[in-house]
Design a protein around this ligand. Structure first.
Ligand SMILES: Nc1ncnc2c1ncn2[C@@H]1O[C@H](COP(=O)(O)OP(=O)(O)OP(=O)(O)O)[C@@H](O)[C@H]1O
Ligand SMILES: [Mg+2]
Length: 307
């Protein structure tokens, strides 16, 4: 996707780029960054490779990335191929036992494996998990009439903390289980927010298929660059948001009001957008936070700079 080889850039530009990254490398060293990977960013193999590169780079400079992935379009595709018709009740999709099996096979058996493999091309660091593993996600039925669609009851982050302590990169599929062992399919945005809170993450980043949160969904020029959790809650309450933006924004509010410094929505169809968000001063996408962004190394307290 790169149009110009990096080696063609002048040395001064390269050193500027590296220096610009310095405060961010310092800010995020040893800090957990949860990345929700979903939607269209997953369907293009070159974007998937760029995503793996970015995660490996983050880990290599001392950040602790945790990947949480979705897979709605891929689940829909397999259901079509199997001739399974989606069922709706009062406009809401019903997840029966067979649909749950399909979702679990696609998420845990296919998408999770693909992400783990693409990261591990760089070295043996990624480990795939389902939310059912080691009690990671305790789920409950959202509405018994809708079948096996779950809500997050609790996150037990123990298994993730153990993997991070070993220098590994956890990659999480968003299937949870209830106390009886029944599995549920849970919205990946919701899970990413809940995991970020449980891990006391510094940041949660949602890779989606739009530039970020738009004041008018039909007008890309209305991108909201920064917004507080309180203001974004108003947009949720007044109906500005529809469809997939609702759980995403709700998850951003939950994270930003429960100890996560900032939540971001960025366009995952732009190659390496994650690097731009994490390592540069460019204002990418939408940031939900009560805190200002860190842009100057002098803003970082001394104790964070000591080895
Ligand atoms: N105010 C808004 N600003 C931006 N997008 C909006 C807004 N309201 C609704 N949307 C819709 O939300 C969509 C993003 O959510 P969606 O659930 O479709 O994607 P995703 O969460 O990235 O992928 P997946 O659900 O497959 O993991 C956008 O493509 C857009 O159509
Ligand atoms: Mg979604």
């Amino acid at each position: 996707m790169t149009t110009e080889s990096p080696s063609a850039l002048p040395a001064s530009t390269k050193s500027d780029i590296l220096l610009e990254a310095l405060p961010y490398i310092r800010q995020f060293r040893d800090k957990v960054v949860v990345v929700k990977y979903g939607g269209n960013a997953m369907v293009d193999p070159s974007l998937a490779r760029a995503f793996a590169d970015d995660i490996v780079l983050m880990r290599s400079v001392g950040m602790l990335p945790v990947v949480v992935h979705g897979g709605g379009p891929q689940i829909g595709e397999l259901m079509d191929r199997l001739g399974k018709k989606p069922e709706f009740r009062d406009g809401l999709r019903v997840t029966d036992a067979e649909t749950l099996d399909i979702a679990r096979m696609v998420l845990v058996g296919k998408i999770n494996r693909d992400i783990v493999s693409s990261i591990n091309v760089h070295g043996p660091i990624a480990v795939g998990l389902s939310g059912e593993d080691a009690g990671l996600i305790l789920a409950s039925a959202r509405n018994p009439d809708l079948g096996f669609v779950g809500d997050v009851e609790a996150v037990n982050p123990g298994i993730i903390l153990r993997l991070l302590a070993e220098g590994l990169v956890p990659v999480v599929s968003t299937i949870g289980a209830d106390v009886a062992g029944q599995a549920y399919n849970i919205n990946a945005d919701t899970v990413a927010g809940a995991i970020a809170v449980a891990l006391e993450a510094e940041k949660v980043v949602y890779l989606t298929d739009v530039e970020g949160l738009l004041a008018d969904v039909d007008d890309p020029d209305t991108l909201i660059r920064r917004i507080t959790p309180a203001d974004v809650q108003h947009l949720l309450d007044d109906g500005t948001l529809t469809g997939g933006m609702i759980p995403k924004v709700a998850a951003c509010v939950h994270a930003a009001t429960h100890g996560v410094r900032s939540a971001h929505m960025i366009n995952g169809t732009t190659p390496h957008v994650l690097l731009l968000e994490i390592f540069t001063d460019e204002g990418i996408g939408t940031m939900v936070s009560d805190h200002p962004p860190v842009t100057d190394p002098l803003d970082i307290p001394d104790e964070e700079l000591t080895p």
